[in-house]
Design a protein around this ligand. Structure first.
Ligand code: ATR
Length: 275
């Protein structure tokens, strides 16, 4: 019987998840559909009940529901418990199981760039996205993670929780040449013309500089990193790998991520270069 999946959010029409999952369903000859569903916050509980009644097999959750879905779910995986936020739900026959594949998605996109687990990593930001990545780095075995943030107290809290070290923005700028990997998780860069979250003056050439933002494909931060001869990684990889992990939970198949990164990059008006 045909299975159905969805992504719920408010707004939802811009989501690239339907394109991604339907392409994979086609590629692997799976009889399933994936729908974008606009759910306003006041309708979340009713909408989830309706999806359950209709027999949905799994769904993704995007803003603003990632946290408010948590109390509605029967079971949570560790990734979701650590973040108190869910982006993927899978019906295992009995329960609707919530997980959070964002952080692991980011780490997989980094590992695809041959980043070693002994790398010295600087995480910029201490919000929800940074927490997901810090937890995923720890689970993956990265042992040297430094966190910096505009509000230093939040960097300290996240470092204490994940076994990292906190430094101020100024200290991170001064010590920038020590790091082999920089991960930009703040919202600075979503709007053009914004300043960088930290100065990249002292970054070493060859450093892997990642930004979790994928629209624009090249944030001012990545542009600057490129000028400094760094290897850059935009947020398309994270987006595709978080979807790939969800797809794997639903179907047991590890989908083709390389081709999807290329397709999504092209959809966003970019040219894909595999470095
Ligand atoms: P998300 O869940 O997307 O990570 P968030 O929890 O609101 O969103 O976190 C936003 C992050 O971007 C925080 O690290 C925030 O820094 P503060 O903790 O100091 O607020 C950072 N951020 C947002 N705007 C910023 C700015 N203009 N300059 C520097 N950092 C900024």
């Amino acid at each position: 019987m045909k299975k159905w999946y969805a992504v719920i959010g408010d707004p939802i029409s811009h989501s690239l998840s339907p394109f991604m999952h339907e392409s994979w369903f086609d590629e692997y000859d799976i009889d399933a559909a994936y729908l974008p569903i606009h759910v306003e916050p006041s309708q979340l509980e009713k909408s989830f009940e309706a999806m359950k009644t209709l027999g949905i097999s799994g769904f993704n959750i995007t803003l603003p529901h990632k946290q408010s879905i948590v109390p509605l779910l029967g079971k949570l995986e560790e990734s979701a418990m650590q973040m108190n936020a869910v982006n993927t739900v899978n019906f295992d026959g009995t329960h609707y199981l919530g997980s959070n594949t964002d952080g692991d998605g980011f780490v997989r996109s980094m590992l695809a760039h041959s980043v070693g687990k002994a790398s010295k990593v600087l995480l910029i930001g201490a919000g929800g996205a940074a927490r997901g990545i810090a937890c995923a780095l720890k689970r993956a075995g990265f042992t040297d993670v430094t966190i910096t943030n505009r509000t230093f107290r939040r960097a300290e809290e996240l470092a204490a929780e994940t076994g990292g070290t906190a430094v101020t923005l100024i200290e991170s700028e001064e010590r920038l040449a020590e790091f082999g990997v920089l991960i930009q998780t703040t919202s600075v860069g979503l709007a053009t013309g914004e300043a960088l979250p930290i100065s990249l003056e002292r970054v070493k050439a060859g450093t892997l500089v990642a930004d979790i933002i994928y629209n624009p494909l090249e944030t001012p931060f990545l542009k600057k990193a490129e000028e400094k001869n760094c290897i850059t990684l935009n947020g398309v990889g994270m987006f595709v790998y978080q979807g790939a992990i969800a797809f794997e939970k639903w179907t047991g198949i590890q989908p083709n991520t390389e081709k999807m990164i290329q397709l999504i990059t092209e959809k966003l008006g970019g040219t894909y270069v595999n470095d």
